[in-house]
Write a protein that binds this ligand. Structure first.
Ligand SMILES: *[C@@H]1O[C@H](CO)[C@@H](O)[C@H](O)[C@H]1NC(C)=O
Ligand SMILES: *[C@@H]1O[C@H](CO)[C@@H](O)[C@H](O)[C@H]1NC(C)=O
Ligand SMILES: *[C@@H]1O[C@H](CO)[C@@H](O)[C@H](O)[C@H]1NC(C)=O
Ligand SMILES: *[C@@H]1O[C@H](CO)[C@@H](O)[C@H](O)[C@H]1NC(C)=O
Ligand SMILES: *[C@@H]1O[C@H](CO)[C@@H](O)[C@H](O)[C@H]1NC(C)=O
Ligand SMILES: *[C@@H]1O[C@H](CO)[C@@H](O)[C@H](O)[C@H]1NC(C)=O
Ligand SMILES: *[C@@H]1O[C@H](CO)[C@@H](O)[C@H](O)[C@H]1NC(C)=O
Ligand SMILES: *[C@@H]1O[C@H](CO)[C@@H](O)[C@H](O)[C@H]1NC(C)=O
Length: 738
């Protein structure tokens, strides 16, 4: 297959590069470098293993010349050592019984999939061996199982609790990384692009799965862009694939079937980067329903918020029992410069892997190149079939709108420039050299074109820039408030979702635009789809430290430890970023958690007007709503605070919350409320919580009172014991839409 040839080519280039270095540096085969000889766990009662390592080397090499170069012996948990060896010697050691593996002690490149490092979650973070007991169910477009990101080197068989399976004879093989894979297509209709198997023909599912739990892949890049080590947040966790999306979309029937299986199979976390475009009632939405049943089985569902931003109330996954994730930027951005014949250079945004080698090409405005049957009014936007091939062939076309680039490519253009006033916070890929410019630069280019006889231009391959303003929420990220229950703040938090490099399907092209023929093992894409698996991974990471925590406890930990973000950079404030920016490392030690279980969600639904009968049907047990609907039904113990007052600007609201101590047994937490001075008063009672044991629960009330004229005002409550800062946003708003 062409695709496999491509990955082979990468492999060959990779080795070719190393070979070239060896030759130019005059390094010979006999030169030594340091290797790690790994021998698994320490043997029981093993003493003085350093001497065992030495004698092992003596046995193999028959002299003490090698033993002198032992650099380090592992002594405590791991059995193994670091030693200087030639390649031949390394091979020899690898064959010795008891040796699990021998690998070069290379310097890791701290970059790429940049997003984890950006959050301070380095390759070296403390990890639990039980991470490989954590199973992330990924409901998506399937997976490309041969991707390096899914190799299972060093992973044992699936955990005992795993009850899922892998289909036989569908040209798809599971391993100890991808431990299960199913596909769902209730209508039985398949397009010619669809693999009738869990295999991913799109790339999306491969990308999300590898972002969550991909292994480390060195020197991953998209044609040199984003070069570094690609990795998921939990490289040892298992992936269970549930293919629910096909070339025509993702159907509710299939989504629910996948939830049904995933829950029974024993996944720990469900990652679902799929959503509708309109908000649905909680029990008319396959995702909300599926996630509700997952919650009943102590499985947390992590959802993308949606890509319908930046308008208010555009979020589509917002049920209280799921974790809804917005998308924000990281500090790496891709810039694509354009040079005109007059030497002036403009900087646009795109992911341009093409290299025009500084060659100048004629430049033309789409408006001046309408097809016979088209008009300048549509050719200026480079819409389908609008351009005249004879006029644009071999040229760079300027379009007055950000479009896919398929029309310029189809009409024979060599490149395209898009100029409009759309936000340029996301770099997109196009099937031809292209850059997205703002309208100021666009109009300067028009002046140049109009005033120059043989106007020309070139487009450079993209450069990586440092976005020092990051993180901020991307314009496309769907915003709150929650359209069904305004009193539950959504989204819950934000995570990296812009220009993320991760694994890709080898049959899908870089831009996914027809005419593009670039097939790649890694691709850079954006969306809340990309931020969601970052949070799924962080949830799995928590699970590996706290296997018994409930889905709400994990969610609370992620929310209360999120890094605060600035409303100065994000005009929608909490409606854009919820509790703030994901901080996986902090989330394993939150101090306090806002826990809730099934009965709390049922009570919440009762308050929302869902009757006992409906809830009985949902749960199929003797679930009943408490008699009284007002006041006596406890608040949902949510880790954030939101008050919506539609009718009046006078606010009087009491939140009742209970926190569970998961930090030090003896801990005194003091409350600290930050809120804009003026109109509203916030009181916390009691304002000190003194714990004497782990697992102890204490309740408190937060009272919001006063009048507000602003459409939205927000601040925070922090419980602080000197070690933990348990932070929750407090949002008061009087209008959903502005
Ligand atoms: C199996 O998948 C590979 C990878 O895409 C493809 O090249 C091959 O044609 C498939 N074989 C069958 C029998 O579908
Ligand atoms: C961007 O700049 C900041 C601050 O100077 C630095 O900490 C960070 O590592 C840089 N990021 C990249 C991707 O170079
Ligand atoms: C004009 O558009 C039609 C499709 O509407 C296409 O078939 C034709 O090739 C185009 N002609 C030129 C000169 O680009
Ligand atoms: C360029 O010329 C076109 C007519 O060919 C005109 O419509 C347009 O306004 C001119 N643009 C500028 C910036 O001068
Ligand atoms: C414009 O291009 C034509 C054809 O390539 C060439 O003959 C002419 O000299 C050029 N004119 C200028 C001013 O560069
Ligand atoms: C419900 O609220 C009303 C008004 O606050 C109150 O009069 C009534 O007693 C409450 N009912 C119950 C059962 O608490
Ligand atoms: C707040 O919740 C706690 C625990 O559920 C409960 O004991 C207490 O009565 C509640 N207080 C109010 C005012 O609802
Ligand atoms: C409360 O929080 C603010 C802002 O984070 C901080 O400046 C202040 O020192 C805190 N106060 C106490 C008593 O901890």
């Amino acid at each position: 297959m062409e695709c496999q040839r491509l990955s082979l080519l990468h492999c060959l280039l990779f080795h070719g590069l190393i070979l070239a270095l060896l030759v130019t540096n005059g390094v010979s085969q006999s030169d030594k470098k340091s290797y790690v000889v790994y021998m698994g766990n320490q043997p029981k009662g093993g003493s003085s293993t350093a001497s065992l390592h030495t004698s092992m080397l003596q046995d193999v090499f028959g002299s003490d010349s090698v033993t002198k170069s032992v650099l380090y012996s592992y002594k405590r948990t791991i059995n193994g050592f670091v030693v200087e060896l030639t390649e031949d010697e390394a091979r020899k050691i690898a064959g010795v019984s008891g040796v699990v593996s021998v690998f070069p002690n290379e310097k890791k490149i701290l970059h790429t999939t940049r997003s984890w490092d950006f959050m301070g979650f380095s390759e070296q973070v403390q990890r639990q061996t039980s991470e490989s007991d954590v199973i992330i169910g990924v409901l998506d477009t399937g997976i490309w199982p041969e991707s390096e990101s899914f190799n299972d080197h060093g992973l044992g068989p699936p955990p005992d609790k795993w009850k899922g399976s892998c289909p036989a004879a569908t040209n798809f093989t599971c391993n100890n990384k991808i431990i299960g894979a199913q596909f769902y297509r209730s209508n039985g209709l398949f397009n010619s692009d669809d693999f009738i198997s869990p295999r991913d023909s799109d790339g999306h599912g491969t990308h999300t799965a590898s972002t969550a739990a991909g292994r480390l892949v060195n020197r991953a890049s998209l044609f040199g862009l984003g070069t570094g080590t690609a990795r998921g947040g939990v490289p040892s966790a298992r992936i269970a694939v549930y293919k629910i999306c096909w070339s025509d979309g993702c159907y509710d029937a299939d989504i629910l079937a996948a939830f049904d299986d995933a829950i029974a199979d024993g996944v720990d976390i469900i990652s679902l980067s799929v959503g509708s475009t309109i908000p649905n009632d909680y029990f008319r939405d396959s995702i909300s329903i599926g996630a509700f049943h997952a919650m009943r089985n102590r499985i947390l569902t992590v959802n993308s918020a949606g890509n319908q931003g930046p308008g208010r109330a555009t979020i589509t996954n917002f049920s209280p029992w799921t974790l809804s994730v917005a998308a924000s930027t990281i500090d790496r951005k891709f810039l694509t410069r354009v040079k005109l014949g007059n030497g002036v250079i403009y900087e646009g945004v795109s992911i341009n892997t093409f290299d025009l080698k500084n060659k100048m090409y004629p430049i033309i405005h789409g408006r001046n190149a309408p097809n016979r049957s088209s008009t300048p009014a549509s050719s200026r936007f480079c819409l389908g079939n609008s351009l005249n091939r004879n006029l644009v062939k071999g040229k760079i076309v300027v379009c007055d709108r950000l479009v896919s680039g398929s029309e310029p490519l189809a009409a024979g253009a060599i490149g395209a420039l898009f100029q409009d006033n759309r936000p340029r916070d996301v770099a997109r890929s196009f099937p031809l050299p292209a850059s997205h410019l703002d309208m100021v630069d666009g109009s300067r280019i028009f002046v140049y074109i109009n005033s120059t006889r043989n106007a020309s231009a070139t487009i450079f391959k993209s450069d990586e820039g440092n976005d020092t303003m990051a993180p901020y929420v991307a314009s496309f990220s769907s915003r709150g408030p929650n359209p069904i229950t305004p009193d539950i703040l959504k989204p819950d938090l934000t995570a990296p979702g812009v220009d993320i490099l991760a694994a890709w399907s080898l049959v899908s092209t870089v831009s996914e635009v027809s005419g593009d023929d670039r097939l790649v093992p890694f691709n850079i894409i954006s969306g809340t789809s990309m931020s969601c698996p970052h949070v799924s991974a962080a949830a799995a990471y928590i699970k590996s430290f706290h296997p018994t925590w409930s889905p709400s406890a994990i969610k609370s930990a992620l929310m209360t430890t999120a890094s605060p973000m600035s409303s100065g950079m994000n005009s929608d404030a909490e409606f854009a970023y919820g509790s703030g920016h994901l901080n996986p490392l902090k989330a394993i030690n939150p101090g306090l958690i806002y826990d809730s279980d099934e009965v709390d969600y049922v009570n919440f639904l009762c308050r929302q007007g869902y009757g006992t009968r409906l809830l009985e049907q949902v749960t199929r047990d003797d679930t009943t709503c408490p008699e009284a609907r007002n006041g006596t039904v406890p608040d949902l113990n949510y880790p954030s605070f939101s008050v919506f007052t539609s009718s009046s600007t006078t606010v009087s609201h009491v939140f009742n919350r209970t926190v569970t101590n998961v930090g030090s047994p003896m801990a005194v937490y003091r409350s600290n409320v930050s809120f804009p001075t003026g109109a509203l008063k916030i009181r916390v009672n009691p304002d000190v919580l003194s714990f004497t044991s782990v697992g102890e629960k204490l309740s408190f009330e937060v009272t919001v009172e006063g009048t507000t004229v602003e459409s939205m005002v927000s601040g925070s409550l922090v419980w602080d014991d000197g070690e933990h800062r348990v932070r929750s946003p407090i949002v008061v708003f009087v209008s959903i839409s502005t």
